[in-house]
Design a binder for this molecule. Structure first.
Ligand code: BGC
Length: 766
């Protein structure tokens, strides 16, 4: 494709049509004059391929004669044919033939993979990468060039968020380490990944049009870092529905151009979220948005905007060029002919299994109930009968016939075949009751509360009442945290599987019987009560949402307010026991190296996740008590003792200064802590940063309130001020009424204060 030639030959109208998409999930396909632009398909793909979108976009006349409701049911129940009527089965047959024609040689159902929250719980970039490669393979099997939502980078700020499960973590370092791996694997497979939703689609209520008031410091420290890392890898970004500080993300030049392009150097394509351009398309194009979806979007305003000078034709050409480049690279993605169906199934299964078994978090294991003893009897209670909801709903849904059922998987394991359903007598005489709590969640609506469902509460009440010798294990197949209240103390076992993907039942059965050793850790805090979450009072009651907790989202907010959560960020149990024997820290070449010696004191090999947190000693600005700055997940054989290095960048110690619009490094002491979660800190050591940021150097730019903390600086200042016959009372008054006022603004000729400047140059920060 000769893009330069195409652009010179394309009339304005065609360029405007190109950037407004072709169909709900495709772009291109324009034939005019001498050029013929191929069609590029895009689809949601963070957890696999969604038939609803695939078929909606590529169908022919198969659905003629069927109502939209029938079509919807047939696609949803595609692999549950016994629930279809005879008439619907006819449509299913037609769709099936069409799918086979479109899909090429892979005939198996699409794979379904765990969403961001479970991937976040793996704390393992390698596992995320393998899932991402598998998703790239799925995209190729379905000739889909752009896989939307690989990843969803939005931070897990408030567990009420209907899309909570799609994101990776409440912590920026964990998110920015894992989420780009999702781009990397997809891109390595030759498919375009997509980082969404830029930025801060952190709740679903009023998501189109809501104005989020976010302090600059929180934006920079918490919400943008994962996007910045993804910008280095991905081919596409998606602009979000929401507005930030008064400007819609789809029209936000500060975000789409100043930050994304000029500061981060992103040269890929930006597509709107579907229907997110609720203002004028021309203004959105001018701000830096390239493609408008779903297609065909109304392109009239693009033409008007070029004609009336709201946007230049060069900017339109730039958007077209980015889209054409994407089409050229990714329109024709497919699996090689010799890649067999068996390979497709095996690769997907392995990636999904590894993610589930590394990500499932064991939260309670009373008296070592798990792994279950050989010959144990298990009784499943409730309607799920061992089945999990593998995926969240909304754009993250995937229908497949490859889901694993935990009860069936347990039955296949020698020594654990004794599996029953609703057998209360067996439970009372010592069997382990398994209750799967499945809570649905979807984009478009938030969870009203974090309560367990009524059905689950009824079952638990009954089991508690009739306990006898029985043991109770609750499995949280939920989009995020739930409140457990007094149930917590009644449970012998508790696991969070979130939505574990098609291999979740298999992985969970292996964990229960000990074939696999749990190693997942919570990527989010589980609160005791909804009221404890840092953003509790900030839930919007209008089209405005204030991020009042600022930089104290997630565990930062619990620790600052000294509120103990039910399970802290980073928590997770193992069948192995680990002890940290010591840590040495060294600072060199912009990095902090933490050498941690760990011992597996148990008789079982297992994986330990070393979490490194930093704490600024005597900080001049408000800071989190502990902030994750690095981590590593390592395997230790039974009884093994080893030293592992966890290295992180000194930049992780910086804070964002909203006045100076820069990340700054305070000099002085930092406590570096290593533990198994953000509360369970086992060792710490202090490092010194001698050279902080120039802007923070001790001198006349220091605020009066800060000088007051250091008597030697204050008396030097007093001597200079009084020697000049100026009023020292000005300083004293600022210390009380305007402590942030710099000395230089209190005394305009402060740059020549000899005593003060000499005292500052000899000043050593604590
Ligand atoms: C969602 C996006 C999704 C798009 C296309 C929107 O409703 O917010 O995450 O990628 O639809 O399905």
């Amino acid at each position: 494709m000769n893009i330069d030639l195409i652009l010179t030959q394309m009339p304005l109208e065609d360029k405007a049509r190109l950037i407004c998409g072709r169909s709900p999930f495709s772009v291109g396909g324009i034939k005019a004059g001498e050029y013929e632009i191929p069609v590029l398909y895009m689809q949601d793909g963070g957890t696999g391929i969604n038939y609803e979108q695939f078929f909606q976009d590529r169908r022919g006349d198969e659905t003629d004669g069927f109502t939209p409701a029938e079509c919807f049911r047939v696609v949803r129940l595609f692999y549950r044919t016994d629930e279809l009527t005879a008439h619907e089965k006819i449509l299913r047959e037609k769709i099936s033939l069409k799918l086979n024609e479109l899909k090429g040689h892979i005939k198996s159902a699409p794979g379904c993979y765990p969403p961001g929250i479970l991937l976040g719980a793996t704390w393992d970039p390698g596992v995320v990468y393998e899932v991402s490669k598998a998703l790239g393979m799925e995209a190729k099997a379905y000739n889909t060039g752009v896989l939307l939502g690989t990843p969803n980078c939005n931070l897990l700020r408030d567990p009420r968020n209907g899309r909570f499960f799609e994101g990776y973590s409440e912590d920026p370092v964990l998110t920015k380490t894992l989420a780009p791996q999702m781009c990397r694997g997809v891109e390595d497979e030759g498919v375009a990944s997509n980082a969404k939703h830029f930025a801060c689609n952190n709740l679903e209520i009023n998501r189109v049009g809501i104005d989020e008031k976010i302090p600059a410091r929180a934006l920079e420290e918490l919400y943008l870092p994962a996007f910045e890392e993804c910008a280095k890898v991905t081919s596409t970004f998606m602009s979000a529905y929401v507005s930030i500080n008064g400007t819609r993300c789809t029209e936000n030049k500060e975000f789409l151009t100043d930050i994304l392009r000029d500061r981060w150097g992103f040269d890929g394509m930006v597509v709107t979220d579907w229907g997110a351009c609720i203002g004028k398309a021309g203004d959105s194009l001018a701000a830096g948005n390239d493609l408008f979806m779903p297609g065909p979007w109304d392109h009239k305003d693009i033409i008007d905007a070029v004609r009336d000078g709201r946007v230049s034709e060069e900017r339109l050409d730039e958007a077209c060029r980015r889209i054409l480049t994407l089409i050229e690279k990714f329109a024709d993605v497919k699996l090689p002919e010799d890649f067999t169906d068996e390979e497709y199934v095996a690769k997907g299964r392995k990636a999904a299994y590894d993610a589930a078994s590394e990500g499932i978090v064991m939260l309670i294991n009373k008296d070592g109930l798990f792994p279950l003893a050989q010959g144990s009897k298990t009784v499943f209670f409730g309607v799920s009968r061992g089945a999990f909801r593998d995926f969240g709903t909304g754009s993250a849904q995937v229908f497949t016939d490859r889901s694993s059922n935990m009860a069936e998987e347990l039955r296949k394991i020698p020594g654990f075949e004794d599996v029953a359903f609703d057998d209360i007598e067996a439970y009372k005489t010592g069997a382990t009751a398994v209750v799967i709590e499945t809570l649905e969640s979807s984009e478009g609506a938030d969870r009203a509360d974090l309560k367990l469902s009524k059905d689950t509460r009824t079952i638990l009440d009954k089991l508690i009442k009739e306990r006898g010798m029985g043991r109770i294990c609750l499995i949280l197949n939920t989009p995020g945290p739930v409140e457990l209240g007094s149930y917590k103390d009644e449970l012998d076992g508790l696991f969070a599987v979130f939505y574990p993907g098609m291999e979740g039942g298999h992985a969970m059965a292996d964990i229960m019987c000990g074939k696999a050793n749990p190693s997942g850790h919570l990527p989010v805090t589980f609160p005791e009560r909804l009221e404890d979450i840092p953003s509790f009072l900030c839930y919007p009651d209008s089209f405005s949402c204030v991020y009042g907790e600022g930089i104290y989202a997630g565990y930062r907010g619990y620790q600052k307010r000294k509120i103990r959560p039910m399970f802290p960020f980073g928590y997770g149990l193992s069948y192995s026991d680990f002890e940290i024997e010591g840590m040495e820290t060294a600072v060199a070449e912009g990095k902090v190296n933490c050498s941690v010696t760990v011992k597996n004191t148990s008789g079982r090999s297992g994986k330990v996740t070393l979490q490194i947190y930093s704490h600024k000693v005597s900080a001049d600005v408000p800071r989190a008590e502990n902030a994750l700055c690095g981590f590593g997940k390592f395997l230790l054989e039974a009884g093994e003792i080893r030293t592992f290095d966890v290295v992180f960048d000194i930049d992780e110690l910086k804070y964002y200064d909203a006045d100076r619009k820069a990340f700054l490094l305070e000099e002085g002491a930092y406590e570096i802590k290593c533990g198994f979660d953000c509360e369970d800190i086992r060792v710490s050591s202090v490092i010194r940063i001698d050279e902080g940021s120039e802007e923070l150097k001790c001198g006349i730019s220091w605020p009066c309130g800060k000088i007051a903390q250091y008597p030697e600086l204050e008396s030097a200042l007093k001597a200079d001020v009084e020697a000049r016959g100026e009023d020292f009372g000005l300083y004293l008054s600022n210390c009380i009424y305007m402590p942030f006022m710099p000395v230089s603004e209190t005394y305009p000729d402060a740059s020549s204060f000899e005593n003060f400047i000499a005292a500052c140059s000899g000043f050593v920060h604590e």
